[in-house]
Design a protein around this ligand. Structure first.
Ligand SMILES: NC(=O)c1ccc[n+]([C@@H]2O[C@H](COP(=O)([O-])OP(=O)(O)OC[C@H]3O[C@@H](n4cnc5c(N)ncnc54)[C@H](OP(=O)(O)O)[C@@H]3O)[C@@H](O)[C@H]2O)c1
Length: 275
């Protein structure tokens, strides 16, 4: 597995697994929590070590259970969780403290590697207020790194300017057709690692056909082409699959190099029908 060094000197695997439907009835985001760790255990067996969860997903306890069941040392893993922006979780500092403590309890871990603000709050000042609380968790060693998710350039710039601890990562939606290139470039220019979510799920059918064509000479799948492209662009990727073969394909992306032309082509793909 390849790693990147974050702006705080700590390392992060470039590829991990999403989990937002793991441990849930019918693989449904809103499904009942089953505590079934099968999908995650399969991903861990295949070599996934970065695991992306969130309070919203309601499955932090499932993640903690799978990590324990793996028998591997906690230090082998890179666990990400996120605090929702909603008032219930963030309306005052006590709420933030309560819910971060709850994440630690649910995961049943002594520390969390990366904690993100899941969505921006109503104002930059509110973001900064929650951020200051997360900074205290870093000072106490309960969280190793902090970052954000779904922040635009302005929201990120404000936080970078006022924070004591700089965000290490911005996690946002990115896939061929909707790369969010300006945000990727802004993050990289500011030494904040861009992390893509939904690299695969939202792909337009016509773009998928183009990627299938690009994949042929490499003897790879369209999903492998996307993930290789994104990692090569300096992004972290967190594809999620309930299917072991797909999980295996998605981690097997480090043994080929896209040509400059193909990189250019993938970068230029846009969803024409999008406004
Ligand atoms: N920060 C945020 O606001 C935010 C928002 C959304 C998601 N996320 C995180 O990002 C993770 C990834 O996003 P996501 O789960 O929505 O979407 P995704 O990983 O882009 O795609 C998941 C879908 O792609 C299919 N798939 C995966 N690998 C495949 C392959 N090799 N070939 C064909 N199909 C494949 C899966 O079906 P199979 O199960 O059948 O393979 C599943 O339907 C989430 O799990 C979550 O951890 C964060």
């Amino acid at each position: 597995m390849k790693h990147l060094i974050m702006n705080n000197g700590l390392t992060i695997p470039v590829l991990g697994t999403g989990t937002n439907t793991f441990g849930k009835e019918n693989h449904d985001f809103n499904g009942k929590i089953t505590y079934d760790t099968k999908e995650l255990r399969s991903a861990i067996d295949l070599g996934y070590r970065l695991i992306d969860t969130a309070i919203y997903y309601r499955n932090e306890a499932v993640i903690g259970k799978a990590v324990k069941e793996s028998g591997l040392d906690r230090s082998e893993f890179f666990i990400t969780s996120k605090i929702p922006a909603d008032k219930e979780y963030t309306k005052n500092n006590d709420r933030v403290i309560h819910y971060v403590d709850k994440s630690l309890k649910e995961l049943d871990m002594k520390y969390i590697d990366l904690y993100l603000i899941h969505f921006p709050l109503e104002s930059d000042e509110d973001n900064l207020r929650v951020w200051r609380v997360l900074e205290t968790f870093v000072e106490r060693g309960l969280i190793k790194s902090i970052g954000v998710s779904n922040f635009n350039e302005n929201q990120l710039a404000y936080l970078i300017k006022h924070a004591t601890i700089k965000p290490v990562i911005n996690q946002f939606q990115s896939y061929p057709g909707k790369h969010n290139q300006a945000l990727i470039d802004f993050c990289k220019a500011n030494n904040v690692i861009p992390e893509a979510y939904q690299s695969l799920a939202k792909l337009d059918a016509k773009i998928k056909d183009k990627l299938i064509d690009i994949a042929k000479p490499y003897n790879k799948t369209w999903s492998q082409i996307i993930l290789n492209y994104q990692v090569n662009e300096g992004m972290i990727v967190i594809p999620k699959s309930h299917n072991q073969q797909h999980q295996q394909d998605n981690i097997n992306i480090f043994d080929f190099e896209l040509t400059k032309n193909d990189i250019k082509l993938i970068k230029s793909l846009t969803n024409d029908e999008q406004p």
